[in-house]
Design a protein. Structure first.
Length: 200
């Protein structure tokens, strides 16, 4: 039996926060397709849900947060493609924080909204791409660690091999970080789709 979408969203946001920290390329895949199987029938939820006692209602302010989070994703992707990794990470960290607020405060309203078949298909694609990118990041990170250990042993006796290996370590570490960030982008794209009912 699939997990409720609200529980899954909470887990995704928490894992995305972990991915935002440096040196976390080896974090397990933030999304698992079998855990996020959405219901099949398309339906629309109201843009505003009544707030449970003592909790914030999901309303117009959340639409502003949603628009801001969604706008950050293509900018982060462009920065990443232009090799401005630190800027891309900062933008994704902000987007993740905004989606965290939406998950916390609009989760009850979102639970009632079912994805359309087309959205379900896109969600599955994004989940697979996120998992693939993270698997590649983990592989590259492991390779870089092994080469670093090997280079340390050769520093005194084979300086040429040491510098060659260290260059490869740097390249693989950068690729691992880039792939980890791409994985996060795909996961956040799913949150963008899930909270689309907040779009004006």
């Amino acid at each position: 039996m699939p997990l409720s979408r609200y529980v899954v969203l909470t887990l995704v946001v928490a894992l995305m926060a972990a991915l935002s920290l440096p040196g976390q390329a080896q974090t397990p895949a933030p999304v698992q397709p079998q855990a996020q199987t959405p219901a099949a029938a398309p339906a629309k939820a109201p843009a505003t849900a009544p707030a449970p006692s003592g909790k914030v209602a999901c309303g117009p302010d959340h639409t502003i947060l949603y628009k801001r989070a969604v706008a950050l994703l293509p900018i982060a992707e462009k920065k990443l493609n232009a090799r401005y990794t630190a800027e891309a990470k900062a933008l994704l960290k902000e987007a993740n924080a905004l989606f965290s607020i939406l998950t916390k405060e609009c989760g009850p309203a979102q639970k009632e909204r079912l994805l359309s078949p087309k959205e379900e298909q896109q969600e599955a694609i994004n989940q697979k791409l996120a998992a693939d990118e993270l698997a590649q990041a983990n592989r590259l990170e492991k390779s870089a660690e092994e080469k670093f250990k090997k280079a340390e042993k050769l520093e005194a006796t084979q300086p040429e091999m040491y510098y060659k290996l260290m260059k490869e370590v740097k390249e693989e570490s950068e690729q691992a970080q880039k792939r980890s960030i791409k994985s996060e982008i795909y996961a956040l794209r799913n949150l963008e789709m899930v909270f689309r009912f907040l779009a004006p």
